[in-house]
Write a protein that binds this ligand. Structure first.
Ligand SMILES: Cc1cc2nc3c(=O)[nH]c(=O)nc-3n(C[C@H](O)[C@H](O)[C@H](O)COP(=O)(O)O)c2cc1C
Length: 148
C-alpha cells in the first residue's frame, strides 16, 4: 500500500500520519509513505493500493496531488496497472469540490475507488485523526483480504 500526500500547513500531513498508523495497525503488508513530489510511477506501479491525502485549494485538488496524478497517468495506463484507491481531503470549510473533481479525474485513471472519500474540515482534531486512522486500517485490511 502506498500513501501519497501533499501538505503545506501540516494538516494533510497529520491526516496522512494517522492513516499510516492505522494501516500499520492492520498488520497487512508493507505500507509506504511518500510526499507527492517524491513519488512517481515507479512507486505507484509497485503498489497494490493507493491512499491519497491532500487539501482542497481554490476549489480544486491541491497542486501537489494533481501533479502526482498527471505525472503517473501515462506510465500506469500503459502497464494497465489497475489498483484500488482511497482518499482523504483536508479542507478549511468545504472540500466537496476537490472531492468531486478528484473522483471525476480518477475515474479516467486505472484506479478504482475502494471507499468513500473522507473530508476533514478545519484543523484535524482527535476525532478526525481517528477517522483517518480507521480509514487507513480498513483500506489496508481490505487490500490484504482482496475485497476491493
Ligand atoms: C491557496 C489555498 C486555497 C484554499 N482553498 C480552499 C477551498 O477552496 N476550500 C476549502 O475548504 N479550503 C481551502 N483552503 C484551506 C485548506 O484546504 C486547509 O487549510 C487545509 O487543511 C490545508 O491542508 P494542508 O496545508 O495540509 O495542505 C485553502 C488553503 C489555501 C492555502
Amino acid at each position: 500500500m502506498l500513501i501519497v500526500y501533499y501538505s503545506q500547513s501540516g494538516a494533510s500531513a497529520a491526516l496522512a500520519r494517522a492513516a499510516w498508523q492505522g494501516a500499520l495497525a492492520a498488520d497487512a503488508g508493507e505500507v509506504r509513505v511518500a510526499r507527492s513530489w517524491d513519488a512517481g510511477s515507479r512507486e505507484l506501479l509497485a503498489a497494490r493500493g493507493l491512499l491519497l491525502v491532500g487539501a482542497e485549494n481554490a476549489g480544486s485538488l491541491s497542486g501537489g496531488l494533481k501533479d502526482f496524478l498527471d505525472r503517473t497517468f501515462y506510465p500506469v495506463s500503459a502497464q494497465e496497472h489497475v489498483i484500488p484507491y482511497a482518499m482523504v481531503i483536508s479542507a478549511g470549510n468545504d472540500g466537496r469540490n476537490a472531492r468531486r473533481l478528484a473522483e471525476t479525474m480518477l475515474s479516467g485513471y486505472p484506479l478504482t475507488r475502494a471507499t468513500d472519500t473522507l473530508i476533514v474540515r478545519g484543523e484535524p482534531d482527535a476525532a478526525s485523526l481517528q477517522r483517518a486512522r480507521e480509514l487507513g486500517e480498513a483500506f489496508a485490511t481490505g487490500l490484504e483480504m482482496g475485497i476491493f
